[in-house]
Structures are given as C-alpha cells and as structure tokens.
Design a protein around this ligand. Structure first.
Ligand code: ADP
Length: 551
C-alpha cells in the first residue's frame, strides 16, 4: 500500500491487520490513486525545476540580446519606438531619447509631444505621412528636421508600420527613428562639390576630355569643345577621331610622333593647327596624361586642350620684330664701324700734321696750342677706337686662337709703359702660370687686358712712392683666371657695379670715355666668362676674370 496512505490510515486505525476485506479493497484502489498522484507530483516537480533553469538561461540570453540591441542602436544612431494608439502612449528606446536630447521624465510620451520637436516647416509633411499610413495601412517613411531638447537642428529618418486588431482597426504603430544629420551633411557637401565641378566643366575655356582607349570611346568632353574645335559636342562622342581628322595634314606628324610616349604612359604636350572652319585655322595645345593597366597596356587618356592662337600670333609678331631688330642692329653696327673706321684716317693725318708743325715752329704759344689740340685729338681717337672695339665684339665671330699670355701681355705693357709720360713711376709686374695650352679669341682678350691694365695705370695713386699693377694669369685645361691688382685710388663700393655701365665714369676727373669697362664686360660675356671687381678707396682695385678654355 502506498506509504502516505498507510500513514494517514494509521492515524485512525491501530493495526493494518484489522482492516476488513472490503476496506482493504477500497484502500487498495485509493492506494493506487495515491501512487499515481505521487508519480505525477514528482514529474511535475521535476519539470518545474527544469523550466525554471531554462527560464534563468533564457532571461540571461534576453538581457545580453537587449544590451547588444542598445549598443547597435547607439552605433547606428537609431532608436525604436512603439505607439499605443488607443491610449496615445509612446514607448521610446533609450537611443531615441539621446537623439532628441531630452530627459525621460521631461517627456510626456504622446504623439503630440513627439510632434512638438519637428521643425515647423516639416510638420505638415510628417503628419500627412503618418495619417496616410492610418488610412491605407501601408508602411511609411520620411525625413524631417527636428529641433532637439538642447535646440540643436538634426535630420531624422523615421520609418513605421501599423498593427491592426481583429476588426481591422489600427491599434499600434511601431518603427524606428535614425539620426542622419552627418550623412545628410556629407551628401550635401558632395552635391555642392559635384555642382561646382559641373559648373567648372561647363564654363571653363579649355576642353577637358577622357577617352577609353580599349574601346576607343569618348567618356567625357567638356562643353568648351564647341568653341575650341568649332564642332558639336555630340559629334565627338559619335566620332572619337574627329579631333584628329581636322588637324592640318602637315601637323599630323607632330601628333603621331607622340604615340610612343603615350603608349609608354608618359604625359606630354603638343601644339598643332586645326581647320577650325572653311576660312580659319587655329593653333591648339593639348596636354595628355595616359593611364596604363597592370600589364602596361594603354587603357585611358585624360587631357586638356586650349586655344593658343592668340599666343602663337603674339609669338610670331615678336619673332618678326626680333628679326627686324636684329637686322637694324646689325646695320647700325656696320654703320658705326664704318663711320668710326673712316673717322680715324683723317684724325691720324691731323696728328701727323701737328707733329710736323710742332717740329717746325719755334713759337711757344703755338707749341702750347698744338699740345692742347694733340691731347684732344688723341682723346677723340681713343674714343673712336673704343667704339670700334665694341662694334667688333658685337659683330665678329668668336675665334679659337692659341693664346700665349706672355706675348700678349708683353705687347700690351710695352705699349702702355709710357702712357703717363716717359717718367711713369707705375711698376708693372706679370706672373704667368701656363703649363697648359689655352685657346680663345686673341683680339677680344687683347681688348679686355688692354682696357683693364690701362685703367690700372691711369687711376694709380700719384701720392704713393711705389704705385704698382700686378697681373697674374693662371691657365688650366678648363679656364684661365686672370687677376689685375693695383694699389691705385680705388673705387667706392656703391660704384662697383655701376662702373660696368655704358659711359659711366666715377668722377669728372676720370679721363676716359666711360666705355672701357662696359666693353670689357660685354667682351668677357661674349667669351662666356665672368668678371668681378673688389676695390676700396685709397687702397686699390682688383679685377678678377675667368674665361673658359676653348681647347
Ligand atoms: P673710363 O674710360 O672713364 O676709364 P671705364 O669704363 O674704363 O671708363 O671706367 C669707368 C670708371 O671706373 C672710370 O671712370 C674710373 O672712375 C673707374 N675705374 C676703372 N678702373 C679703375 C681702377 N683700376 N682704379 C680706380 N678706378 C677705376
């Protein structure tokens, strides 16, 4: 018998053996029920225990999922909502509160309350979207501006759908709200940039183009092509080779020659002429940047073409002017040369007659006058000789003579020794280091050295006991370095560059024409050399020259 039943029965009866057979029968049926009951109870207990474990697990899972959901909502700036339409009660997820920047307690959570945050200009549109959904039961979505609890303007994307009861009445709306302000702003910036690019593309004077070189198709061609090429834009898309067809036959080779560079992926630029229309030819310039694929095959070119007709016209005018100027210059040079040359002959005669008369006359006054005339005529002759030097330098081709500096310098110093009169005190010292052969233009070197040495003698310091001029020459296989130093009157620093100017003389006491150093500089530059000056008033002057060896 079931133990529980037995315990119950024994509370009333002393001994089990005392049961009557009838009672025993009844009790055995009851005992069976007790057994069943106990079995069921145990099973129930077991299943309760099981389900409660599952419940705890499920609960944990749900908690985790909900945390994930919150995190996902925060990352996506996206919140969820539910609107109990019957009671006008809104449920918002935490993220929506964050987006709207409002406190849960400060929000009454009704439709009207939510609506108060929508920008006044967007209210009508937002409301009609929701109302429409009530009517046709279809999902809705719209973008609207909102003004958050902190007064910040944001753009909100809202999406929702209805739930109906058995009678087909709307009882609930559920959906999401997403803050898309950043995305919208980027989209706007992109649109602006695109619009600006488009404006540029449509209005710029140059033609921008891109060509797919695999299928030989024009991908883009800016509107300026109509002005620059004088052909319809559409024509270029239909006939990608059109631009080449209108190039003048004789200029096509300019373009063909660049094909190798283009296929090698090198950028280049080309200038050519096109037959703009029946009567007009235009000069164009095209700059091209090719693109190769990984295998080194040309797949695309991008380029810019501009009309350079005006520039070419100006260049041609300039060239013509230049040629004209060169011609005039050369004629002028020839004129100066022949006039100077012709003037020297009568001057030489005048000097001869003066010498003759000086010898014959005994009159002191005539001698004095003759001396003055001779001085002026000599000065005039020196001036003409300078002009001849200048003219020669400009006109005559550069020669490559073998130069022996000792010979040249000896000749020059011999001629100049007595330029200050027979009692000249200026000591001329020459030092030459010429182990290497040197080639240059002999007559030009003569002009340079003659001028510099004569200046060094002319502008010596008369107060000094030992005025000197040191000339050093250092020849190498590349160049010759020549230094002419004197301890003369010197030149103030402010005039160091000016002395090389045409007709510039430091003071009225200067005796020459003011042409000497100008001619020196021109001649040195003609020989592709350089000249510098170092000088200090009262101490002396040093001119340093370098001239390339034309060996
Ligand atoms: P100029 O015919 O007057 O000598 P240059 O062109 O040869 O003309 O020289 C320009 C000026 O530079 C001279 O007037 C002179 O004042 C100054 N000058 C040139 N060489 C020397 C020098 N060695 N020492 C001092 N002054 C010099």
């Amino acid at each position: 018998m079931n133990k529980l039943l037995l315990r119950q029965v024994q509370k009333y009866l002393i001994d089990k053996e005392e049961f009557s057979p009838e009672l025993n029968k009844v009790l055995s049926v009851i005992s069976e029920s007790y057994d069943h009951y106990e079995k069921d109870r145990k099973m129930l207990e077991h299943s309760i225990e099981l389900s409660s474990n599952e419940l705890v697990e499920l609960n944990n899972k749900l908690k985790k999922e909900s945390e994930k959901l919150i995190e996902a909502q925060s990352i996506a700036n996206l919140g969820s909502w539910e609107w109990d339409v019957i009671n006008d009660k809104l449920y918002w997820s935490d993220e929506l509160y964050r987006i709207f920047e409002i406190d849960k307690n400060a929000f009454k959570a009704t439709y009207q309350d939510y609506f108060s945050f929508i920008h006044p200009d967007d209210k009508a549109y937002a409301n009609s979207s929701v109302l429409k959904c009530f009517k046709d039961h279809l999902p809705f979505s719209f973008e609207s501006r909102i003004i958050t609890g902190k007064g910040v303007l944001k753009i909100l994307y809202a999406q929702g759908k209805v739930s109906l009861n058995d009678k087909g009445e709307v009882i609930k709306l559920t959906g999401i709200g997403q803050d898309i302000t950043d995305r919208k702003q980027s989209e706007l910036a992109l649109q602006n940039a695109h619009r600006q690019m488009q404006t540029l593309f449509e209005n710029i004077e140059e033609v921008f183009f891109s060509v797919d070189m695999v299928n030989y198709q024009v991908l883009q061609m800016s509107f300026a092509c109509e002005k620059v090429y004088g052909r319809q834009r559409q024509d270029f898309f239909e006939r990608p080779n059109l631009w080449y067809e209108i190039v003048l036959e004789e200029d096509k080779k300019i373009i063909d020659e660049n094909n190798t560079a283009m296929n090698a992926g090198k950028s280049f630029s080309q200038e050519y002429r096109i037959q703009y229309n029946e009567n007009t030819i235009r000069w164009l310039e095209t700059k091209i940047t090719p693109t190769l694929n990984k295998e080194g095959k040309l797949i695309r070119i991008d380029g810019v073409t501009s009309d350079i007709s005006k520039r070419r016209e100006a260049e041609e005018i300039m060239k013509a002017n230049n040629d004209e100027l060169k011609k005039t210059n050369s004629e002028l040079d020839k004129f100066v040369y022949s006039v100077s040359h012709d003037l020297r002959a009568p001057l030489t005669s005048v000097l001869g007659i003066i010498d003759l008369t000086e010898m014959k006359t005994q009159e002191e006054l005539t001698k004095k006058h003759l001396h003055l005339i001779k001085k002026s005529v000599t000065k005039l002759d020196g001036f003409i000789s300078d002009i001849l030097d200048y003219s020669r330098n400009a006109r005559v081709e550069i020669r490559k003579d073998e130069i022996h500096f000792d010979e040249i310098l000896e000749e020059i110093t011999d001629n100049l020794k007595y330029m200050n009169g027979a009692d000249s005190k200026v000591d001329l010292q020459i030092k030459i280091n010429n182990g290497v052969q040197f080639k240059s233009d002999r007559s030009r070197l003569n002009i340079i050295l003659n001028n510099l040495i004569s200046n060094a003698i002319r502008y010596h310091n008369p107060k000094l006991e030992n005025p000197y001029v040191n000339i050093t020459v250092d020849v190498s296989s590349d160049e010759v370095l020549i230094a002419i130093n004197d301890n003369g009157i010197g030149i103030s620093k402010e005039f160091h560059q000016k002395v090389f100017e045409m007709f510039y003389r430091v003071s009225e006491n200067s005796v020459g024409s003011g042409l000497g150093l100008y001619i020196v500089k021109e001649t040195v530059e003609k020989l592709k050399g350089k000249i510098t000056v170092e000088s200090e008033v009262g101490k002396g002057t040093s001119f340093n020259i370098s001239i390339p060896n034309n060996i």
